[in-house]
Write a protein that binds this ligand. Structure first.
Ligand code: SF4
Length: 207
């Protein structure tokens, strides 16, 4: 069936369920927000398998220090070159803004962290006339999947651009194995200085 067979009136008469099928049937220009190269492997693979035109977006002011942010970016740029992925790299790194927004509410910091990155992705997707946006955050078993999904859906309404939800966690093992085979740099902590402390700081044992 070719695209020409679907006219606008038919589209308008589709039930939400059929609209979803239609959405899945046609290739889309998708903006994939990427937190790091290892997490991009599986989402990129499945999105491309369906014929979507995928662009990557690197915007992660939550990754500290800057040398770590750059290391993850360098790894992504190398991988993107190898697999022919076009990436948009933000020239902004508002680390100070990130810290100002989470200080004194460190326990709830991930909400702001997801929000800042997804809202930037929605903004770029809207500006760049993408059909939708999504994020490699949906790949991680260590992130709050429901919170990311809810934020994505609410930002989709706010920016009037579709949020492509998918449970990329299904490919968790596959992504890890591939990144290891490729000898890709794999970071040891989530990103922010708080997560770095949680990963490495061990309280001194008394006695
Ligand atoms: S732990 Fe990870 S998701 Fe949470 S605020 Fe830090 S970098 Fe962001």
């Amino acid at each position: 069936m070719t695209f020409e067979l679907w006219n606008l009136s038919l589209y308008k008469n589709l039930s939400p369920f059929n609209s979803l099928i239609l959405y899945e049937c046609f290739a889309m220009k998708i903006l994939l927000h990427i937190c790091c190269a290892p997490c991009a492997i599986y989402p990129l693979k499945v999105l491309r398998e369906r014929g979507n035109d995928v662009y990557g977006l690197y915007y992660n002011p939550n990754i500290h220090p800057y040398s770590e942010y750059k290391k993850r970016l360098d790894t992504l740029e190398k991988y993107a070159g190898d697999v022919g992925l076009k990436i948009i790299v933000s020239d902004e790194y508002p680390m100070e803004e990130f810290l100002r927004n989470v200080v004194f509410r460190e326990q709830d910091r991930c909400r702001y962290c997801y929000y800042s990155r997804l809202s930037y992705a929605a903004h770029i997707a809207r500006k760049g006339h993408f059909d939708g946006f999504t994020s490699t955050l949906l790949y991680s078993k260590f992130q709050d999947h429901n919170m990311i999904t809810n934020l994505g859906n609410s930002l989709a309404k706010e920016y009037n651009v579709a949020f492509h939800y998918e449970d990329f966690r299904k490919g968790w093992k596959e992504g890890i194995e591939t990144s290891r085979k490729l000898g890709m740099y794999r970071q040891q902590y989530c990103g922010c200085i708080y997560s770095e402390k949680e990963r490495f700081y061990k309280k001194a044992k008394i006695g």
